[in-house]
Design a protein around this ligand. Structure first.
Ligand SMILES: [Zn+2]
Length: 344
């Protein structure tokens, strides 16, 4: 089969022939119909140095994909050949304290498909059956590859009731764009989006944001406060991981507000911990992945009812062989893209 493969500890990847994976008894073989490029895929593609911590090379990466079941292990129950599935990229152990307390997304023995075990930027992928989400029909087939990032946004936004709240979406990454639509559907009275890219601000408005503010403008915080009302926003969904955006988000929150930390900073942050968090009684909540599978039930409902349409945030589709164009687009300074999909 053809796959996008990391072959050396240098920037980039190759499109080449590799063996079709052989499944274990508890696994399914999926014929991949679409894969989207995740931030982690981008980091693996761009990396080359000793920080590249995936298993032995060559390695097939790719964390976000969907497809059709073509082979079923003897212990994998509840699936038929031809089933359309999306893949939960987090492999949970099922027996640790978190797993037994309904927190599989932060399993102590978590392994990630496409990072710790081979992934889905390929024609076929072997996945544990417990990580497959079987769709009840084909109505979400065109967006099956984005269930993982969409689910993370569902988890981040809907961890708390947003009805009547003013929400700041900090960073219009694909997950930020999804979050804007989810906050709207969740009953937010005001959805304010923040990003330096004019292209992505326009997408945020399409996704349901009321206002999209340029994060590179010097009076950005004042603009957020004007849009939210003088008390500030009730919740910040921080998707960018940028130090400046984190600091701005903390200041834009009203006392007692909720700061959702999702975006991953590339360096350690320096915060006014006492002034911005402790004394203002803020609530800080880290969000890693999706609640397995609570977030999946929520997203199925949001998507099938039409409450959220994620399609405006999916801006480009390339054949898998043209992956270099896709990665170059996401890496470009202008960032004139939302979610980018590859098809085998
Ligand atoms: Zn576990």
């Amino acid at each position: 089969m053809k796959a996008i493969v990391k072959t050396s500890r240098t920037r980039g990847a190759s499109y080449r022939d590799v063996e079709v994976p052989v499944i274990n008894k508890d696994e399914l073989l999926i014929r991949v119909t679409a894969a989207s490029i995740s931030p982690a895929d981008l980091a693996i593609y761009n990396s080359g140095g000793p920080g590249f911590a995936t298993p032995t090379l060559p390695f097939v990466f790719g964390q976000e994909f969907c497809g059709e079941v073509v082979e079923i292990g003897s212990l994998a129950k509840g699936f038929d050949k031809g089933d359309f599935v999306s893949v939960e990229s987090h492999i949970f152990c099922g027996v640790c304290g978190q797993c037994r307390n309904d927190q599989r997304h932060i399993c102590q023995n978590l392994r990630v498909i496409g990072q710790d075990v081979p992934g889905g930027l390929a024609e076929y992928a072997a996945i544990p059956a417990r990580c497959a989400w079987k769709h009840t029909d084909d109505s979400l087939k065109d967006i099956g590859a984005v269930m993982v990032p969409f689910g993370s946004s569902v988890h981040a936004v809907l961890a708390e009731d947003l009805v009547g709240r003013a929400v700041l979406i900090s960073g219009c990454t694909p997950q930020g764009l999804f979050a804007a639509g989810i906050a709207r559907a969740g009953g937010a009275k005001r959805v304010i989006a923040l990003d330096a890219s004019a292209y992505r601000r326009k997408l945020a408005l399409k996704m349901g944001a009321d206002t999209a503010i340029d994060s590179s403008a010097p009076d950005c915080l004042a603009k957020v406060m004007r849009a939210s009302g003088p008390e500030g926003v009730d919740a910040v969904i921080e998707m960018s991981g940028h130090a400046k955006a984190v600091s701005l988000g903390l200041k834009a929150l009203r006392p007692g507000g909720r700061f959702v930390a999702f975006g991953l900073p590339v360096t350690n942050l320096s915060l006014d911990y006492a002034g911005d968090i402790v004394k203002r009684g803020l609530r800080l909540e880290g969000i890693a992945g999706r609640e397995i599978f609570r977030s999946w039930y929520k997203m199925e409902s949001l998507l099938k009812s039409g409450a959220v349409n994620p399609r405006p945030a999916i801006t480009h589709t390339f054949p898998m062989k043209d992956f270099k164009k896709a990665f170059a687009l996401i890496n470009s300074k202008e960032q004139k893209c939302g979610k980018v999909i590859l098809t085998p």
